[in-house]
Design a protein around this ligand. Sequence first.
Ligand code: 5GP
Length: 211
Amino acid sequence: MSKTPGNLFILSAPSGAGKSSLIKALLERYQSDAQQQVQVSVSHTTRAPRPGEQDGVHYHFVDQDSFKSLIDKGVFFEWAEAFGNYYGTSKETIESTLQHGIDVFLDIEWQGARQVKEQISDACTIFIAPPSKQALLQRLTGRNQDSEDVIAGRMAKAEAEISHYHEFDYIVVNDDFDKALADIDAIVCSQRLRKERQVLRQKALFDDLLK
Ligand code: 5GP
């Protein structure tokens, strides 16, 4: 894909690192910014909706056959099998949104992040880590209603995701929520100001300044 005026941000984290809350807070912060529109891509998944999740809002929920036929049709920019389900990001959403100068945030796991980076080398990948194993365990234990096996399974999945932390451009440790939010905001701001992007975004300004 050629360079676009919009930036692509990828946020990955193990479950329990606070990624969803951080993304929600980031969007609230950016939604009032008239200069720069942002969008979170809505993925397709074969997993069942959780209570409160809406089709087309949290995910496009599809069955396995439909997902596989979307793969065959080349609909996905990236897709992966994770935790026994398929997840994928549609090409159209990403390409046309970025071409329109809108920043896109992807909430995807490491395999997807790797595939996107291979195709868009200036995509900005951010890994969010929990501050300690103890904190992760506490967050994954929830209300103590789950069996040890279930919690051990969640820990194993989290560790599998964490083992890829070094593949990302930036690493944010979510010890203090506000600090982690400020860290991601700083990354987003600096990415937006990179010359490669500004040359596209500020073309009219520089044409005028140098006329
Ligand atoms: P959950 O089922 O808890 O919503 O998501 C499980 C994992 O799948 C999370 O790490 C989430 O970031 C990841 N995920 C969600 N959508 C996509 C996608 O479109 N592609 C990939 N590769 N991962 C995704």
